[in-house]
Every structure is written in structure tokens, then in C-alpha cells.
Design a binder for this molecule. Structure first.
Ligand SMILES: [Zn+2]
Length: 640
């Protein structure tokens, strides 16, 4: 395969083909996080169909031909087998430890975990990085407010994050804390590299600062009374001698990066925003603080500390330092850098899509493949806030409803990249309808029939089911679409399409009515047993395909289908292909794989009687919604 590719060149734009290094062709074409359009330049003898085979592109066409060479326009995200063993690095933001983790941190972490799990199923060598951002004025103030030393405060909050990730089933590979000593050493080296490049200089800074953003603000971006538009608190006037990073030197390289690589910022509407900022003209920014003690000292002037963002962004790289290796940048970037995608909130897009690439260019380090900015969450249609008392407490949600429901709701119900809303009512409706009813009941009743009529034994190899079987056809089409959606970080569509297999399975059961075929006996009973195999095979495929989103639930499905936990741990995306169930395999006893969520009871002490539903619901439903209201009142009280 390697020789097939000799002489190939890859580029995101045909104009840049000449400068693209041929050895990076496969790396790029296969490891990109998103299906993207790319251009290949090859000497004569290469035909589009050969590209297609090598790269398993979804589509390709000749864009230009001339002088014996072709330029092929290809779309795809690499092949099935082609991508095996390739590295894939996904990061969450490193979360500020000024307060306990909230839903705004859980949300991107769930998304990153699902992507990491999906890429592991593809056979990729995944580095899933998360962690905490622990320096700066805001943290020092938060610690002081609690009467704790900064490090003691950071230890406590970092531990809360780790606990929440465990409860949510987040299988990260690296948890970096920016107070880790190897990180501090790497920041020191990075700073010196940038300085040696001539990109750091000293100057006076006079301006307005939002401590909560840890960012200097322009007066024209502030709202009334010089308040930060995000935090709605007054910015402070600062006047000090700082070290500056010469961001303006990178104006042209950044413009080129963004125009030649349209997928660098995702979703595409965020790219427009970033290009807008760059077009306004980049200004140098201060990267040190004279008045902040809680930080990494500036190597050339220990009286100042490094600006928290300049320090924290490096965490993505220091997280990759292999255990026991000397903390130097070449060791840290050896495996897993550049990142395939940084998943971040839209509020920190400027840092990741403008500052960070420029910093990396300055330090001569490769740039990440992509930055994905997700939207904000609201609750019951309202902006969340401590002062409003309507935050979503992720630990409470998980302890009440379990990790699968939380993961499922946020990935399925909210289009990743856009703003989304949480309502407990909707939450309970969705997970009950999809997980308990559509998938859970389908498995449960099919297993029940198999036990009653076939001693819980699969009668035929599922591979012997006709290739014309509509469920078999649908399953194959659905998993190939789901794969594409996952690789685009479109979890919502991936869930929809996989759920569609179960919906069709339920209809199929009603149509075939195997229970009556069994009563007929003879060949009708044999047909019925085959139909049960069709459904159980489809549910098995659902369990593999949905496992990035709801791993525990899918593990339970696998166990009921007579597999072991070890079998489930070793699944790959190839197991979404039809044919996994073998004749003679014994199913476990049918048990609900997902307990329907009940709206928890209102506590006895509830003083204000909850309002009645008011709508023409039946009695049962009305009772439910009243209890729900009471319950969310309790959540709010404990959150504030
Ligand atoms: Zn702010």
C-alpha cells in the first residue's frame, strides 16, 4: 500500500499542493477528525479509483489533469482498515478550578469521551486528554475566599473533577494538572523558545481587565459601567509592566491557515467568527502578570508570572509526555501531537483558534488539526447561573438517573456545536422513550419469546439470514451513516440513525408476529425462530454502534446476548457488521437493560404546593409533572 502511494501529495487546497510534503499524505487523509475535502496530486498512472481504494474515500473526482499528473478531489475521512493504529488525540478544555465542576464542563467531556470511544472502535491509538487549569488570579482569589492555600484548593477541586468523570464513565487517557511539575518545566522551555524567536518583548500595559475571563478587554466590547459582557461584572483598570507576545507577526500565517484549511475551526459558522477577528487585525497580547503570585515564574524575570492562558494551553502538550521521560518538548510532542481535535466551548474560541496556533508557530511546533467550539446550555430555556439558582448539577443528575441517561440526553438531544437546552421533563421523556422503550423493550420481548420457544438458544447463525432481509439492509446502511456522523462529531444524528434500527425492529416484530408463528408449529415456527435471530442480531449491532454514547447500557445488552464482559471490551467497529450471533449461543435471562426513569418523589418538607400541570393530561401524567416541578425546586435549592 505504501508503494501505491509513492509520489502522492496531499493538500487541503489545490494551490498549496506544491508545498505539501508527500510523506504526510496518508497521515492527513486517514487521521483527520472530520470528513473533509482534500486534494491529491499524483504522477501519471494514478487513477481516481486507485485513490478510492487506498484512502477509502466516499467520493472522488478528477479536479484537474495535465502533464501526466492528476489532481483528485476526494472526500472522506480515511478507510476502515486504513486508519487502524493511527494516532488520534482529542482534548477537552482544561477546566478552571475556581469552583466545583458544573454541567458546562461535563458536557464537552462527555462529547470528547464519545469521540475517543468511537475512534478506539476504529482501531486508532487514542489519546484522550482532559485536566484542570490551576494558575492565575481567579484561582488564588477563589482559594482565599475558602480560606485555603492555592495548591490545597486546587487539589480539592481537581479531585472533584476526577470523581465526576468516574461517575460519568469518562475513560480519559491523561489527566493533566497545570500545577504538575513537568508541565511547569515544559512551559518554561516553551517560553524560552518563543523568546528566542524574538516574539516576546516588554512594554507597559494600561487597560481594563476581567478577572473572571482572565483577559484584557477593549472598552468597546464592554457593556454599561465597563462591565464584562460575559460576567456582567465591572472590569478593573490595570497599569503594569508586562511581557508581550508578538501576535501581530502572525497575521498573515493565520490568515493563510484559516483560508487554506476550512475545517480548522468547526462548526463552519464559528470559522466565520474567527476569520472576522483575524481580519480586524491582530494585536500583541500581554503574557505576564506583575501582581499575580500564583503562577509559573517568567524565566527571565521571576518577579512576574506567566499569564494563565499562555501556561494552560501548553497543558495539551505536557499531558502527552510519556511517563518517566525527561520533561522536554521534543519528548512531549513525540507521540500524539498534533491533536486531532480540541473540543472547547465557544467562549474560549479566540484563545484556541487564534492565540494558540500563533504560539505554536512561534515555537516551531505543529498545529492541531481542528478546533471544535460547542454551544452553551440553558435550563428550561433560561441562561444558567449561580445567582439565578438554576444551574444543572452533574453529580446530582448522575446519582439520580445514572450515567447512561445523562450522556444520552446531552449527546442525542442537543446538536453538538449549537446552543441547547436541558429540561428535566424532556430529559425523562427522551431517555425513557428511546432507551427503555424502543431499545430495551425490543430486546426484552425478543429474549422472552426465544426463551419460551427455543430454550433461549439462537437457532441459526445470523450470517445465514438473507442479505435481502430489510432489517439486515437497514442495519448496514445505518452503521455506515452513523460512522460518518460520529467522525463529524454529530452525535445527535448518529444516535438518531442507530435508534432507527430499533424502531424498524419493533415494527418488524409486529408485522411478523413470531408469537403466532410459533403457535402454528412446523416450518412456521422455524421461520419465527429465524425472525428472533434477525432482531437479536440487530440489537447486537445497536449495542456496538451506540457504545460510544452509552457504554454501560451497551455492555448490559451484550451480556444478555450471551457474551462476556471481555467480549464487549474487545469489540471494534467491524462488529457492527452483520453476522455476530452464532447458532447455539445461549442468551442470558431477559432483564430490563434500562430501568425507566421515575420522577423522584417530592420531599415531605416541600412547603409550597407544586402547581398543577393544567393541561388535559390523564391523572397519572399530571401527578408526574407535579412531582417533577417539586424535584427541580430541590435541585435548585441545593445548587445555589
Ligand atoms: Zn469576563
Amino acid at each position: 500500500m505504501a508503494t501505491l502511494l509513492k509520489g502522492l501529495q496531499w493538500s487541503p487546497s489545490p494551490a498549496r499542493l506544491a508545498t505539501c510534503h508527500s510523506s504526510r499524505v496518508l497521515d492527513h487523509a486517514r487521521s483527520v477528525a472530520f470528513p473533509r475535502t482534500f486534494f491529491l496530486h499524483a504522477p501519471s498512472g494514478f487513477t481516481p479509483s486507485r485513490f478510492g481504494k487506498v484512502l477509502n474515500s466516499r467520493s472522488f473526482s478528477v479536479a484537474k489533469r495535465g502533464g501526466g499528473a492528476v489532481i483528485v478531489r476526494a472526500e472522506g475521512n480515511g478507510g476502515d482498515e486504513a486508519g487502524r493504529g493511527e494516532r488520534f488525540t482529542v482534548t477537552t478544555p482544561l477546566y478552571y478550578v475556581n469552583a466545583a465542576p458544573h454541567m458546562g464542563s461535563a458536557y464537552p467531556t462527555i462529547a470528547a469521551d464519545a469521540l475517543a470511544r468511537f475512534q478506539r472502535l476504529q482501531g486508532r491509538d487514542v489519546n484522550f486528554i482532559t485536566g484542570t487549569d490551576e494558575h492565575g488570579e481567579k484561582i488564588a482569589l477563589a482559594a482565599a475566599a475558602k480560606g485555603r492555600a492555592p495548591k490545597e484548593h486546587c487539589d480539592a477541586v481537581a479531585a472533584e473533577y476526577q470523581l465526576l468523570w468516574k461517575e460519568l464513565g469518562i475513560a480519559y487517557d491523561k489527566f493533566i494538572r497545570t500545577t504538575d511539575s513537568h508541565h511547569e518545566t515544559l512551559v518554561d522551555e516553551f517560553y524560552k523558545r518563543v523568546e528566542a524567536k524574538g516574539d516576546i518583548y516588554q512594554a507597559k500595559y494600561e487597560g481594563l481587565y476581567c478577572v473572571n475571563c482572565e483577559e484584557y478587554k477593549d472598552e468597546d466590547e464592554l457593556i454599561e459601567d465597563l462591565c464584562c459582557p460575559i460576567h456582567r461584572k465591572p472590569c478593573e483598570a490595570r497599569n503594569e509592566d508586562n511581557y508581550f507576545f508578538a501576535l501581530s507577526k502572525y497575521q498573515q500565517p493565520l490568515e493563510e491557515l484559516l483560508s487554506s484549511n476550512p475545517n480548522f475551526v468547526r462548526p463552519s459558522f464559528r470559522m466565520n467568527e474567527v476569520q472576522g477577528w483575524v481580519k480586524e487585525g491582530l494585536r500583541d497580547f500581554s503574557i505576564s502578570r506583575a501582581a499575580v503570585e500564583w503562577g509559573i515564574p517568567v524565566p527571565t524575570n521571576p518577579k512576574q508570572t506567566i499569564y494563565v492562558w499562555f501556561d494552560a494551553l501548553l497543558g495539551y502538550i505536557s499531558a502527552l509526555l510519556p511517563e518517566g521521560k525527561e520533561p522536554i518538548l521534543t519528548n512531549a510532542t513525540e507521540r500524539g501531537w498534533p491533536a486531532s481535535v480540541h473540543i472547547i466551548g465557544k467562549d474560549i474560541l479566540r484563545f484556541h483558534a487564534v492565540y494558540w496556533p500563533a504560539m505554536l508557530m512561534s515555537a516551531d511546533l505543529p498545529l492541531p488539526e481542528a478546533v471544535f467550539g460547542h454551544g452553551f446550555l440553558t435550563k428550561d430555556g433560561l441562561k444558567m447561573g449561580k445567582s439565578l439558582g438554576n444551574t444543572i448539577e452533574p453529580r446530582e443528575l448522575v446519582s439520580k438517573f445514572g450515567p447512561d441517561s445523562v450522556r444520552y440526553y446531552f449527546l442525542k438531544e442537543i446538536e453538538f456545536g449549537k446552543d441547547g437546552d436541558f429540561s428535566e421533563k424532556r430529559f425523562i421523556e427522551i431517555v425513557n422513550a428511546n432507551l427503555a422503550n424502543t431499545i430495551g423493550n425490543l430486546l426484552n420481548r425478543t429474549l422472552g419469546l426465544l426463551k419460551k420457544n427455543c430454550d433461549a438458544v439462537i437457532p441459526v447463525d445470523s450470517s445465514s439470514i438473507s442479505e435481502e432481509n430489510p432489517i439486515r439492509i437497514l442495519a448496514a446502511e445505518s452503521v455506515s451513516k452513523a460512522k460518518l456522523h460520529y467522525s463529524e462529531l454529530d452525535y445527535s444524528s448518529a444516535c438518531d440513525i442507530i435508534l432507527g434500527i430499533a424502531t424498524a425492529g419493533n415494527l418488524y416484530m409486529s408485522e411478523k408476529a413470531p408469537w403466532s408463528l410459533f403457535k402454528e408449529g412446523g416450518s412456521a415456527a422455524e421461520d419465527a425462530a429465524q425472525e428472533l435471530t434477525v432482531i437479536l442480531e440487530a440489537v447486537r449491532i445497536i449495542a456496538v454502534a451506540l457504545s460510544p454514547v452509552v457504554p454501560e447500557l451497551c455492555n448490559r445488552i451484550y451480556l444478555q446476548l450471551g457474551f462476556t464482559e471481555a467480549d464487549f471490551k474487545s469489540i471494534s467497529w467491524n462488529d457492527t457488521q452483520w453476522g455476530g450471533l452464532k447458532s447455539g449461543q445461549v442468551m442470558a435471562d431477559a432483564q430490563p437493560i434500562f430501568q425507566r426513569l421515575e420522577v423522584p418523589n417530592a420531599p415531605e418538607t416541600q412547603s409550597t404546593p407544586p402547581k398543577k400541570g393544567g393541561k388535559k393530561n390523564d391523572g397519572k401524567k399530571q401527578k408526574g409533572s407535579a412531582k417533577q416541578k417539586a424535584d427541580s425546586a430541590v435541585v435548585n435549592a441545593s445548587a445555589s
